[in-house]
Every structure is written in structure tokens, then in C-alpha cells.
Design a protein around this ligand. Structure first.
Ligand code: PXL
Length: 432
């Protein structure tokens, strides 16, 4: 996946373009950048701003758009009217998701947009937004409304939606009991998403939020899922913030839930494998990754929906959640009990062409026969556990693949096993 960040350069790498490159890379996507302005700043003070010329801005845009398929765009600092109008000319005809982070002031006090450009920002940039992510302060300025109650937050979001953003997420509202709440206004619904508050002053959290948001939306997550994803990602980045310079801390996107990140990355790669839709079974696909020594499927991360076929495309319908998969997670649990290194699995369609490829792959393969399944297990519905147990009974080394050829009304299936999601992809590419 290629994601484009349009914004300002921050030499401290806490925010702006540099921060977005870090976040996009963490998701294993390719980060493209178009720089609108160069700032001089660090963790203690904000120095100069020099906007780039229209000429080089246009040339940067043409460079990325003429070469790359871009899956999503994040717009951050835009600074002045000339930049805003130039961006609009390039972006107005696009049909890809755009997240607008309406940055107005930096934490250290710098103005990130000229006052005289606010009208053009509303006229040209806000209507480009699939999602706009103002904090309370930014929402007040955009809507010219003071936010001091639930009602005024809703009213403010509606004003911003009227200006042209399809979905509005007002972030970081102080809630009761040490909670931080985001308010979400979609086309026809509105709701609040609450999370724990962390008290620290940091540089970069807004950028992390909107960057994670464009990744989630470009990965076909719904607005609701994307908000939850961005919120959790940002929570972790704030929790892990580091004092790198002499002033405020910089958010740190490392040390996120590694299981979640590795699986997200692998799912991303999986859906982009050419013609992979042909390998999605009727019951769809799940891809799971377990904590060490799982006790139950609650210790195994999986998609709460499935990876599904949509024509010749494959999309992820659902969220990564512990306990999100029953079938594939149960299979993994059984294998992991005997072979504790095996922590990841995916199910794909069994087809006649699979047999010869599996043979050639030299992977360790086992199988079970569903027609031998005792009736009491069939009726209880725990077939997969029974089948996998049978398939590994005589194995001395961990299985790479376990398949079955179905039963009356039951679809044949392959499950691939491995230590990590990445190793699953390597095995998968040998047999599809
Ligand atoms: O966090 C907003 C932001 C965005 N872009 C740049 C910045 C900042 C905050 O300082 O410097 C370039």
C-alpha cells in the first residue's frame, strides 16, 4: 500500500512529515511525501516557517501522482492560500480516501497556518476530507463556536460537516473518570468513543492519530473501526513517549502491541497478493496470531469478521481482536499445544490444483478425513479441534499445512501454520 503525507517538515521528527513517514513505515506501507513548508523547531521552541513555492509544490505532486498508485492521503500543515489552492487543483478529482488533520498551532506555540488562509482552508481543503480530525481547540476555530458541553461538541461537528467534511472526528475531549473521549459524526450517525487518559505533554500525538486513521481507512476499515484503531495506536504512542530533547516528550510509535502490528502488516500483504481472491473459500478467510503459551482462543488475535472476496478484490471486513476467530484460532490452539513455537495460522480454499503445488513445496503436510468424524463431535460442532488433533497425532515436527477434502455439505480447506504471520506468507506463496 502507498500512503501520501502532505504537510510540513519538522526537524525534530516529532510531528509533520517525518512523523508520518515513521507511522506509515510501522504499518509496512510505503510512505510518499509532499512538503508544503519547512519549519525550524525542536522540543522547547518553535522557530521559523518557510512555505515552499507553488512551482516546487506542483512538481512534488506531479512526481508522486504520475508514478504511484496512491491508496490514501493525509493532509496536515498547509500554511497559506497559495498552497491550499495548488493542492485543491491536484486533489479535487481524486476518488481515494483523504484524512485532513486541520493543524493550526503547534504544542510549542508556532502558528501552522496563516490567519488569512483560514477561509480558503475551509473552502478548498475541508470538502476534500473523507474524515477530518480536529481537536477541541481546532474544532472551535473552524466552527467559530465555543465548545463547553456535549451539545456544543455535537453542534460544532455538524458545522464542520456542513463546511464539507464527510465524517468529523473531534479528538481528545476530557471525559469523566480520567477518560479521553472522541466524538464521531458520520453521515447518518453520531457516537462517542472513550479511552483512558494519559497525562503528559507531548509532541506528535495528533499526527500519529491522523496517520493511523488514513492507514485504517485505506485498509477498508469502517469509520468506527478506524477511529478505534487510531485511538489505540495514539494511546500507545503517548504512553511510550520519550524525552529525546530538552523540552517536551516526543510520542513513540514503537513498542505497540507487536502481535497486532505484525498481523496487520501480514494481512495487508496478503490482500495485495495477485489473484488471491481465488484462494478465499466460501466460508471466507481468517488470519490469526497468538500470544506465547495461549490458554484459550482469547489469547489469539484474529479478525472479528473475515477477509472476504469482493469481486476480484479481497477486503478485510472486521477488526483485529483477541478472541476474534473461533475456527482458525481453535486449530492453532491445538497445534500450539504440541508445538509451542507455532503461533500463527490462516485458512484458505482447498482446490484440486493445490495438491501438486503442495507436493512440490516440500512443506510438512498432514491431513484429516472429515468423513471419519464421530457423530458426537459432529453434533457438538468442534470438528476442527478433532481433525487437527488427528492430523498431528503422529507428527514429530510441526506441520506447515493441514488440509481436509470436505464432507457432505462441508467445504474442503487448507490451514497453513507457522511461527509468525510473515512465515505464513512465505509458505502460502509456495502453494498458491
Ligand atoms: O502536530 C501538528 C504539526 C503538524 N505539522 C508540523 C508541525 C506540527 C506541530 O508542531 O510542526 C510540521
Amino acid at each position: 500500500m502507498n500512503l501520501l503525507s502532505i504537510g510540513g517538515s519538522d526537524p525534530s521528527s516529532g510531528a509533520g512529515i517525518q512523523s508520518d513517514v515513521k507511522v506509515f513505515s510501522e504499518f509496512n506501507t510505503h510512505a510518499l511525501t509532499v512538503i508544503t513548508a519547512i519549519t525550524g523547531q525542536n522540543t522547547t521552541s518553535f522557530g521559523m516557517i518557510e512555505p515552499v513555492s507553488k512551482k516546487i509544490l506542483k512538481n512534488q505532486l506531479e512526481s508522486v501522482f504520475s508514478d504511484f498508485k496512491i491508496d490514501g492521503i493525509k493532509i496536515g500543515m498547509v500554511y497559506n492560500s497559495e498552497i491550499i489552492k495548488t493542492l485543491y487543483q491536484q486533489l479535487k478529482k481524486l476518488k481515494i480516501p483523504i484524512v485532513v488533520d486541520p493543524v493550526i498551532k503547534s504544542t510549542t506555540g508556532g502558528s501552522l497556518i496563516e490567519k488569512s488562509a483560514m477561509a480558503d482552508f475551509k473552502k478548498y481543503i475541508i470538502p476534500l476530507a473523507t474524515v477530518i480530525t480536529p481537536n477541541k481547540f481546532e474544532a472551535e476555530i473552524l466552527s467559530k463556536t465555543k465548545v463547553n458541553s456535549k451539545n456544543t461538541i455535537e453542534k460544532t461537528a455538524k458545522i464542520i460537516q456542513k463546511i464539507g467534511a464527510r465524517n468529523v472526528v473531534i479528538t481528545g475531549i476530557e471525559g469523566k473518570n480520567n477518560k479521553i473521549v472522541d466524538f464521531v459524526l458520520e453521515k447518518d450517525t453520531e457516537y462517542w468513543i472513550s479511552g483512558d487518559k494519559i497525562v503528559n505533554t507531548n509532541h506528535g500525538s495528533g499526527c500519529d492519530y491522523s496517520a493511523a486513521m488514513i492507514f485504517a481507512i485505506s485498509s477498508s476499515k469502517t469509520i468506527h473501526e478506524s477511529v478505534k484503531f487510531a485511538k489505540e495506536f495514539t494511546y500507545n504512542s503517548i504512553k511510550n513517549a520519550k524525552k529525546v530533547g530538552n523540552g517536551i516528550m516526543i510520542t513513540n510509535i514503537q513498542n505497540q502491541d507487536k502481535i497486532n502490528l505484525e498481523l496487520s502488516r501480514a494481512i495487508n500483504e496478503f490482500v495485495e497478493i495477485k489473484n488471491i481472491y481465488k484462494n478465499i473459500p466460501e466460508c471466507q478467510t481468517n488470519f490469526v496470531y497468538s500470544k506465547q503459551k495461549p490458554k484459550s482462543i482469547k489469547d489469539i488475535l484474529g479478525i472479528s469478521g473475515r477477509i472476504v472476496k469482493a469481486g476480484e478484490k479481497v477486503i478485510v471486513a472486521g477488526n483485529l481482536t483477541y478472541g476474534g476467530s473461533k475456527h482458525v484460532a481453535t486449530a492453532l490452539l491445538v497445534v500450539n499445544k504440541k508445538f509451542p513455537k507455532i503461533c500463527s495460522a490462516i485458512n484458505i480454499k482447498y482446490q484440486n490444483s493445490s495438491t501438486s503445488k503442495i507436493k512440490k513445496s516440500k512443506l510438512t503436510v498432514s491431513s484429516y478425513d472429515r468423513t471419519n468424524e464421530p457423530n458426537n463431535i459432529k453434533n457438538k460442532g468442534s470438528t476442527v479441534g478433532w481433525g487437527i488433533k488427528n492430523a498431528i497425532k503422529n507428527l514429530q515436527v510441526p506441520p506447515d499445512i493441514i488440509f481436509h477434502k470436505g464432507d457432505f455439505g462441508k467445504e474442503p480447506m487448507i490451514i497453513i501454520f507457522g511461527d509468525t504471520p510473515k512465515s505464513i506468507l512465505n509458505k502460502l506463496l509456495k502453494i498458491v
